[in-house]
Structures are given as structure tokens and as C-alpha cells.
Design a protein around this ligand. Sequence first.
Ligand code: COA
Length: 149
Amino acid sequence: MMATARVRAMAEGDVESVAAIEREAFTTPWQADTFRRLLGRPSAVPLVLELPEAGVVGYAMLWCIVDQGEIANIAIHAEWRGKSLGAFLLDQVIEVAREAGVRGLFLEVRQSNDIAARLYASRGFVEVGRRRDYYDAPREDARVLEKRI
Ligand SMILES: CC(C)(COP(=O)(O)OP(=O)(O)OC[C@H]1O[C@@H](n2cnc3c(N)ncnc32)[C@H](O)[C@@H]1OP(=O)(O)O)[C@@H](O)C(=O)NCCC(=O)NCCS
């Protein structure tokens, strides 16, 4: 299955699937229209992870501004987690960022999100700061992580 997983640019036709994954994954999800708007923005790099047997099962939103990048969002459909797809998608995002000239790749993660934290640590992200009460529902600090690429 992993051999056939593919990461490609998000298209208009992917937005409903992406928004459905987003709603399930996050308590304060972005709306479909937010994803739609970002499709046309030069600094945004919206990506999806697609499987031939299941279609779009994950996505990531990357910002690239000169030599800094930020992973704004990344999620895998709940039924497809724990199968190394998140790691595969993250590796592709890192590669896309590197090719775009990014040298410092940042992201925020909820303090309690141990699964995501483990994934980022395995890819060499390190904590460079915290943002107090960054998240709502529930209110929680963000850890700011960076990977030099
Ligand atoms: C975080 C997320 C993208 C990871 O995707 P995934 O496909 O489930 O992760 P993978 O199967 O590729 O696993 C990657 C690593 O994550 C960690 N991990 C995954 N599932 C785990 C679990 N159930 N328990 C503990 N660690 C786990 C492990 O370190 C794993 O590496 P390993 O397999 O070498 O041990 C996914 O869980 C998700 O969509 N979560 C909800 C949204 C979210 O929290 N996004 C991140 C916001 S910052």
C-alpha cells in the first residue's frame, strides 16, 4: 500500500474530502472555503496524500516565505492512522519545503499531542519556544518546533 501512496498538489475537487478529515481531526477546524482560498495563494503549498484504493486520506498545508516555512496543518484520516502515512506525508512536505528554498521549517503542536510530537521528533524537529494559550477547545499552550533543512 505504501508503495502506491502519492503526495500531490491539492486541487479544488479535493477540498470537501480535506475539510471532512480536518473536521474530524481538530476541534476548531478550518472551513472548506478557507482551503479553497488558499489554493490560489502564492506562498501556500497545499498538498494531499492519495491512495489508489481510498482516494485522499491526508493533507498538509505548508507556507513558504523566502527561507522560512511553516507547516500550518497536517492530518491523516482517522481510519488510516498508525500506518506510517503521516510520516510519509511529513517527509514529502520537508522535501517540498527544501526544494522551495526553506532553511528553517516551523510548526506549532498542542502540548498534549504526544503522537504528533513523537512523529516530529523522529524527523529531527526540536522545540524552540512556546506560545501560551495558543489553542482553544480546550485552551492549551503550543510547543513551537523547528527543523533546519
Ligand atoms: C499526527 C498524525 C498526522 C500522524 O499520522 P499517522 O499516519 O497516524 O502517523 P504514522 O503512522 O506515520 O506514525 C508516525 C509516528 O507517529 C507516532 N505514532 C503514530 N501513532 C501512534 C500511536 N498510536 N501512539 C504513539 N505514537 C504514535 C510514532 O512515533 C510513529 O512512528 P513509528 O511508527 O516509527 O513509531 C495523525 O495522527 C493525525 O492526523 N492526527 C490528528 C491531527 C493532528 O494531530 N495533526 C498534527 C497537528 S500538529
